[in-house]
Design a binder for this molecule. Sequence first.
Ligand SMILES: Nc1ncnc2c1ncn2[C@@H]1O[C@H](COP(=O)(O)OP(=O)(O)OP(=O)(O)O)[C@@H](O)[C@H]1O
Ligand SMILES: [Mg+2]
Length: 257
Amino acid sequence: MAHILAIANQKGGVGKTTTAINLAAALAQAGRRVLLVDCDPQGNASSGLGIRIQDPDQTLYRVLLHENGPPPLSRPLEELPLWVLPANPTLAAAEWNLTATPDSETVLAARLQPLSDRFHFIVLDCPPSLGLLTVNTLCAAHSVLIPLQCEYFAMEGLSLLLDTIRKIKLRWNPSLAIQGILLTMFDRRNNLSHQVATEIRKHLGSRVLKTLIPRNVRLSESPSHGLPVLLYDRSCAGSRAYTALAREILQKGAHRE
Ligand SMILES: Nc1ncnc2c1ncn2[C@@H]1O[C@H](COP(=O)(O)OP(=O)(O)OP(=O)(O)O)[C@@H](O)[C@H]1O
Ligand SMILES: [Mg+2]
């Protein structure tokens, strides 16, 4: 059975998609079969792997709104056992239409269930909101990884996210665990980055993962080539960091309560 891992933070631009793509690729590089589900109407996890789809029938939109038929999975890279269930902007309409569906919070969980035996990991890239799409990912997930950018307002909004996770555990998904807080875009030459990382570790202790993701230009370049950083520049600091993150998650055991 796949471990379903949501990458969530309602704050925008904190490194969710970069983490979803590159952690998925690093887990695949470690020999795991991985499905990356793009749950964001921005479609960045899809386009970052070179997948641009106009037809909503070939995206998560159809999977959420119509149960019929096999899900439209793509395998963008021959080198890695990594599949993608893509999204495009029509997914925003799915969020709206879902509100009229019974059990609208658990539709994604139900749709992923038949796929579970085919993969070791299913990674869910969330949009920057706590709307119904994110709620669906948290209802479907076994654990949630929370990227926090090493900047002054990093922890703003974190308590709201933790509160949402608590509510989802109470109502729909009692075994949802926090995989960890991931510090992203750490700039070692910048004092503020150090201060913020120290502060966050002081407040959140062992919930913060050991692996730190550095600010690395290769990580921001690789999506425009449709590649995870591991295939774009294998030896750069970003590749090393996401390989270490995959190792940390595999060693800890993907977290279940
Ligand atoms: N470690 C990093 N080093 C350098 N640039 C990074 C790093 N992580 C992310 N970026 C860049 O920062 C921007 C935001 O990252 P990303 O898209 O992963 O965030 P996000 O949380 O998914 O955003 P959104 O909330 O809009 O979905 C992107 O341009 C990305 O390339
Ligand atoms: Mg994103």
